[in-house]
Design a protein around this ligand. Structure first.
Ligand code: ATP
Length: 458
């Protein structure tokens, strides 16, 4: 994880929040490459969950919600973690994440000191709205995006004439006062979620639950994720949330081990039932195609962390590769000097799917002089309309390729003297490092074709 964190910082993917003040725990800033990557992951999810489904629509609800929402949802009462402190070294732990024998003996797993009793700690950030800081002004930062969907479910049925089954998708910030925030951006206090809530007729819920598990699994396959690094984990009776009938997590093999990436939950009619009770509004669905039959829909939820997905995609794409002289033969790659190759030339490469890579094409003139830079700039101006581009004219060409490999750029276009003569350029592929000559007029279409046909080779 150290290598990932340091590459992420060095190349402007993720920085520590407020670093000049010593950093803010649980918060991270996404730099120029990071924000692009995050937007693309969000875009891929949004396309998958809305555009590819005729019956799923989007929503962007406010972070601040009426405080009754969180009473109805059960968060005020139940959204707690068990907390213990060490009296000696002052370390703080989640009681469910330390060895049971330490907990029973009240012995700190770090220093052996005495642990406090376990106490419940609510994870919601609480603040005040308006000038008076009294109990009437308490407001929470939402700990999940789902509730914004539930409270709008009737609005969406009415405004968009939705018929069950249908879904509502949302991407947005969520906040949790997490006790332990290690492992880079894995668990943070401020993060983003991508959630889709699917409203179904009671009795059809198990069928839809199975269907959504299938679809979410296929989604990661489509993104070219290493499928042997993903697995299902079904919640046992002791893990199942009080509202859930069944729940599965998709887990990913992160550098620190298998951890939850996304949850698929059968939430029953709990949420809409509770909001009916707390708001006094009738949230039943009226089935006009079926003699106005009324019922509270069941909800199948797919809930993924966007920032956690980014970490997963980063870890999954990360590779270090020995660049053998053979691989470089005939090309101008090789050692950082850009001349001869040596067998101990390593490259770090991020093998992002081209749909997710922050930069799709980098344009590199072999030399700044003799009009090559101008030609390269012209090519960039054309490609800009279709792709996220970068331009780099400084340093040896081999070193420039390595810089793009580290940023995960799938295609480099090199403009050389031959380009001036015959209008062709070199298209270089990140994964194989192979190069082909392409007429510059065909470049955009060729890249489009390569993206469509992309298959991860390693
Ligand atoms: P955990 O048990 O790890 O605290 P959870 O089961 O409470 O997580 P959910 O409430 O199901 O998580 O949230 C859905 C998704 O949101 C998770 O699968 C994860 O990807 C993401 N997520 C939850 N909490 C955080 C966090 N603190 N930081 C980053 N992502 C998070």
């Amino acid at each position: 994880m150290e290598k990932i964190t340091s590459l992420a910082k060095r190349r402007g993917f993720v920085y520590q929040s407020s670093e000049i003040y010593g950093g803010q725990n649980g918060a991270w800033d996404y730099g120029p490459l990071g924000v692009e990557l995050k937007n693309r992951i969000a875009g891929a999810w949004w396309k998958e969950m809305t555009r590819l489904h005729d019956n799923i629509v989007g929503l962007d609800a406010a972070i601040l919600m009426h405080p009754r929402t969180w009473e109805a949802s059960g968060h005020v009462e139940n959204f707690t973690d068990p907390l213990v402190d060490c009296k000696k070294c002052k370390s703080r732990f989640r009681a469910d994440q330390i060895p049971q024998e330490n907990l029973a003996a009240k012995k700190c797993p770090d220093c052996g000191g005495e642990l406090t009793d376990t106490r419940k700690f609510n994870l919601m950030f609480k603040t005040h709205i308006g000038p008076a800081e009294d109990t009437a002004s308490i407001i929470y930062l939402r700990p999940e995006t789902a509730q914004g969907i539930y409270v709008n479910y009737k609005n969406i049925i009415q405004s968009n004439r939705m018929k069950i089954p249908f879904g509502i998708a949302q991407i947005g910030k969520a906040f949790r006062n997490e006790i332990v925030t290690k492992n880079f951006i894995f668990r943070t206090c401020e993060f983003e979620q991508m959630e889709m809530q699917y409203f179904v007729k009671p009795g059809t819920d198990e069928e839809w639950f199975a269907e959504w598990r299938k679809q979410r699994w296929a989604y990661y396959e489509k993104l070219g994720i290493k499928m042997d690094h993903l697995r299902w984990h079904q919640h046992g009776p002791d893990e199942l949330a009080h509202y859930a009938k069944d729940a599965y997590d998709i887990e990913y093999l992160f550098p620190m081990g298998w951890r939850e990436l996304e949850g698929v939950h059968n939430r029953t009619d709990y949420d809409l039932g509770r909001h009916t009770q707390f708001s006094g509004k009738d949230l039943q669905y009226i089935d006009q195609d079926n003699n106005n039959e009324r019922y509270i829909p069941f909800i199948i939820e797919t809930s993924a962390g966007l920032t956690r997905n980014l970490l997963m995609i980063f870890c999954d794409a990360y590779d270090e590769e020995l660049v053998t002289p053979d691989k470089n033969s005939g090309s101008s790659e090789g050692t950082s000097s850009g001349t001869a190759s040596s067998s101990d030339d390593w490259r770090t490469v991020l093998r992002f799917h081209p749909d997710l890579a922050p930069v799709t094409v980098a344009i590199l003139p072999l030399m700044k002089k003799d009009g090559l830079a101008e030609l390269a700039q012209d090519i960039r101006a054309e490609l800009k309309e279709d792709y996220a581009t970068d331009y780099d004219q400084s340093g040896a060409i081999g070193r420039r390729y390595r810089r793009q490999d580290e940023a995960g750029t799938p295609f480099c276009v090199t403009v050389d003297y031959q380009s001036k003569e015959d209008g062709t350029v070199t298209l270089r592929f990140r994964d194989s490092m192979e190069q082909v000559r392409v007429p510059k007029a065909e470049l955009s279409a060729r890249i489009r074709q390569e993206i469509k046909a992309y298959k991860r080779i390693k």
